[in-house]
Design a protein around this ligand. Structure first.
Ligand SMILES: Nc1ncnc2c1ncn2[C@@H]1O[C@H](COP(=O)(O)OP(=O)(O)O)[C@@H](O)[C@H]1O
Ligand SMILES: [Mg+2]
Length: 262
């Protein structure tokens, strides 16, 4: 199984949309995908028609066993989605109690990695939608992953948030054997606005080695897909947003190949 996280400490930058778009395209290609909602807001869980405020069982259950994960539990928590090849490990509001806990003290940093290890043979790919705070949940997402996508909204204040995310990553990398490879994904790009153009330029100068050289455009079809509870490619396979996400997926998959060769 390949495990990717989608993270940024800023909200509203397209993390959930990116997670679901990539999962949808992988599933369309015949992969068995598990999506993990580690954001206590539960947007991904809601997207697929489940209510994070009323779910009795969720990813939270995995954290209730002092850092060990009972055999079989991750599989029992999975819920269906709009796509037959995508299973959801849902969030619930209870996860908020973990979000601010200091990861060092709790011993809970590897709960998601251990949980996914139990699902290794059942899925080809996992995609983790991460919370916007650096706490136990973010640490779990990054510790479980082999690759990270950082969506960055192409507007003026976004670069500051990105700096924070990159320094969080540097901190987390100190406790990993190998640095986590990451790709910056410009999102919500509107080529008519000065802000989008100049942010893209800033990103190109500041992160030449980590920037995906294209961008995800503003596309209302992505919003419509979320309203319909379908993955973007289920909703409209030909939309500009889906075309861009298809190119992004290709880029991320080729990163994996490059890493295997190295
Ligand atoms: N490329 C895009 N074009 C248009 N709307 C988008 C795009 N990406 C995300 N959105 C919308 O913007 C809002 C925030 O996106 P979301 O993926 O939930 O961000 P995050 O998970 O980072 O908070 C959602 O309403 C989503 O449908
Ligand atoms: Mg989100």
């Amino acid at each position: 199984m390949r495990v990717w996280a989608v993270a940024n400490q800023k909200g509203g930058v397209g993390k959930t949309t990116t997670s679901i778009a990539l999962a949808g395209l992988l599933a369309d290609a015949g992969k068995r995908v598990v999506v993990v909602d580690l954001d206590p807001h539960g947007s991904m869980t809601s997207y697929f028609g489940h209510d994070p405020d009323s779910l009795e069982h969720s990813a939270f259950d995995l954290f209730q066993h002092q850092g060990s994960v009972p055999q079989g539990l991750p599989g029992q928590l999975l819920l269906p989605t709009s796509h037959p090849s995508i299973a959801l490990l849902p969030s619930s509001t209870a996860l908020a109690t973990l979000e601010r806990q200091s990861p060092g003290q709790s011993g809970l940093g590897l709960v998601i990695a251990k949980s996914l290890a139990q699902l290794w043979d059942d899925f080809d790919h996992a995609i983790i939608d991460s919370p916007p705070l650096l706490g136990v949940l973010m640490v779990n997402a990054l510790a479980a992953s082999q690759q990270l996508a950082i969506p960055v909204q192409t507007e003026f204040l976004a670069v500051k948030g990105l700096e924070r995310m990159v320094s969080t990553l540097a901190m987390i990398n100190r406790s990993r054997k190998q640095a986590l490879p990451y790709t910056i994904v410009p999102t919500l790009f509107d080529r008519r606005t000065q802000a989008s153009l100049s942010t893209l330029r800033t990103l190109r100068n500041a992160y030449p080695d980590h920037l995906w050289p294209a961008y995800i455009p503003v596309d209302t079809r992505l919003r419509d897909a979320s309203r319909a509870g379908q993955t973007p490619s289920q909703f409209d396979d030909k939309s500009r947003g889906v075309l861009a996400y298809r190119a992004l997926l290709k880029h991320l998959l080729s990163n994996e190949l490059a890493a295997q060769v190295a």
